[in-house]
Design a protein around this ligand. Structure first.
Ligand SMILES: [Zn+2]
Length: 386
């Protein structure tokens, strides 16, 4: 069986990578449209970027309004601003939200129309030259062909997909992640871990992507707790930045499965950060998924180093579930009641959430494909006293 493997044509990695940006940007655009958020301005990360651009004589316009997961309204305003400022290339700076927003702004600026109408199509028409500079180690959006935009009218997350959405240049500089607060380090790190686990256990898994997925799992399991406890630890940050990149490459080619399918409706309805809703779901979903392909889940346990010699498949899978639960406890992943979600309201939305999860198509990528009732059962298990 043959497979297609996609990744950005160019990636700069390592401490200080951002200082090399302009060497690679020259000749690609005259005026950059920087898509970012308010915290990047406040904590002077955007200033670091603009100083580098100024030194190279590249002019720019800043759009710093992606202060949360991106919506259709934020994208529409960005498109208008991009056109008015007559920019010809885009630099996304921030976590997954500014990068996702920038993809949609670049695409909508060249295509026109409504975002929703592109949901089921493959996006192939070229965007303006597009650079992604992540400042967290999680979403992998800097290397993927996906963007998720919330439809504010319908409270639904729209998935856009296509090779044209892959940034032409990804700049992965772990220095930019040194000041991430512990709870964001955990949410983004567990998001990346989820990408890697889902990619490795997907029906669409492929050999080349498997190597990236397993490497990412190993790095995250070894280094996330250190980065959580000691944010300034550059070695841990370097490892996590690479892991997020690897996990992004893995799911870009093998796709995600049940956790992401079920996580998006929680995010859209209850405004819980993407990484947190994934972390809440991870073990509960894996309990359901393991019987579909125990050999693959057992291999993950091996890579995490939590199995002994002569282990049986069942022992390895049990160790995986037990250790992931423990890992989430050590990292203080909050439970739904801690997130001000009301149980009755959550239950009222069970049917819609399960329908939206199935409609996303992601659950069908798993080896054990859930039905609507299975998904509703898993959602209910998120409550300690379901
Ligand atoms: Zn994710």
């Amino acid at each position: 069986m043959s497979s297609v493997f996609l990744m950005p044509p160019k990636m700069i990695t390592g401490s200080g990578a951002i200082s090399k940006l302009c060497e690679h940007l020259r000749g690609k655009g005259k005026k950059a449209f920087i898509v970012t958020d308010g915290s990047m301005i406040k904590f002077k990360t955007a200033g670091k970027l603009t100083a580098i651009l100024e030194q190279a004589g590249i002019t720019y316009e800043i759009y710093a309004e992606v202060n949360g997961e991106p919506t259709d309204a934020i994208v529409a305003k960005g498109v208008q601003h991009f056109k008015q400022a007559k920019c010809d290339c885009i630099i996304a700076l921030g976590g997954g939200s500014p990068i996702d927003a920038a993809k949609a702004i670049g695409f909508m600026a060249s295509s026109g129309g409504k975002i929703r109408s592109f949901m089921k199509t493959e996006i192939t028409s070229p965007l303006p030259y597009f650079v992604a500079i992540p400042t967290t180690a999680g979403t992998g959006s800097e290397v993927t062909q996906f963007t998720i935009i919330t439809d504010t009218g319908k409270n639904e997350k729209m998935l856009l997909k296509g090779p044209a959405l892959i940034p032409q240049l990804a700049v992965i500089d772990p220095d930019l992640t040194l000041t991430i607060p512990p709870h964001v380090t955990v949410a983004t790190g567990l998001d990346a871990l989820t990408h890697a686990i889902e990619a490795y256990t997907s029906r669409k898994a492929q050999a080349l992507a498997d190597s990236f997925a397993l490497s990412a799992i190993k790095r995250i399991y070894q280094h996330l707790e250190t980065a959580y406890r000691d944010g300034g630890n550059l070695e841990a940050r370097q490892q996590l930045s690479l892991a997020a990149l690897e996990a992004g490459i893995a799911f870009n080619n093998s796709s995600v499965t049940l956790v992401h399918g079920m996580s998006r409706p929680i995010g859209a309805l209850f405004h819980i950060a993407h990484g947190v809703s994934n972390a809440l779901l991870l073990t509960r979903c894996l309990e359901f998924l393991v019987p579909g392909n125990p050999a693959r889940f057992a291999k993950i346990a091996d890579v995490m180093g939590i199995t002994g010699p002569g282990r049986s498949e069942e022992e390895a899978c049990n160790a995986l579930l037990r250790d992931l639960d423990h890992f989430c406890k050590v990292l203080k992943v909050p439970a739904l009641p801690d997130l001000q979600v009301e149980k009755r309201q959550f239950y009222n939305h069970l049917t819609k959430m399960a329908e939206d999860a199935l409609a996303s198509g992601s659950p069908a990528n798993a080896f054990r494909i859930p039905g609507q009732q299975d998904i509703m059962d898993i959602y209910q298990k998120l409550w300690p006293d379901h």
